[in-house]
Design a protein around this ligand. Structure first.
Ligand code: SME
Length: 137
């Protein structure tokens, strides 16, 4: 509907802004719980298209965050065995869950082509972004 178009548009612009302004943010996207299913569905993103539109809970970094409700910082993706590769250029990843009324409804996912770039500052910043996003959902 009109409301969803508007929210998707704003989230898409947010992704583009984060990707443009933060040099080591190579791919920026949102995944959301897919209805009542135990899976995530890709939402708005900025960067190269990914084949991973649907991610089952528990699979990859994103699927693990859907279950753990915790931030997941990956300094080196090659050191992870439960990891879904989207691009051979990606070196690191951060996923921060998005809570609405205390419920984990999705996440922001950032890939970086730079090794080990993410700090606690990124975690606090992305938590803040997700709080603001939750207000418009
Ligand atoms: N690497 C993620 C999959 C999503 S792509 O990074 C866009 C994962 O392991 O869950």
């Amino acid at each position: 509907g009109q409301q969803n178009t508007s929210v998707d548009q704003r989230l898409s612009e947010l992704c583009e802004l984060l990707k443009a302004e933060i040099t080591y943010y190579t791919w920026v996207g949102f995944y959301f719980k897919n209805g009542d299913k135990e899976e995530l569905k890709l939402g708005p993103y900025a960067g190269e298209p990914t084949d991973h539109i649907i991610i089952p809970f528990g699979k990859g970094i994103c699927g693990q965050v859907a279950v753990s409700n915790q931030n997941f910082v990956v300094p080196d993706v090659k050191a992870q065995d439960n990891y879904i590769a989207c691009s051979i250029h990606v070196k690191a990843e951060i996923v921060v869950p998005l809570f609405k009324n205390g419920e984990n409804i999705g996440q922001i996912d950032i890939d970086s082509n730079v090794p080990d770039p993410f700090t606690e500052e990124d975690e606090r910043f992305l938590e803040f972004i997700n709080e603001k996003v939750a207000e418009i959902l």
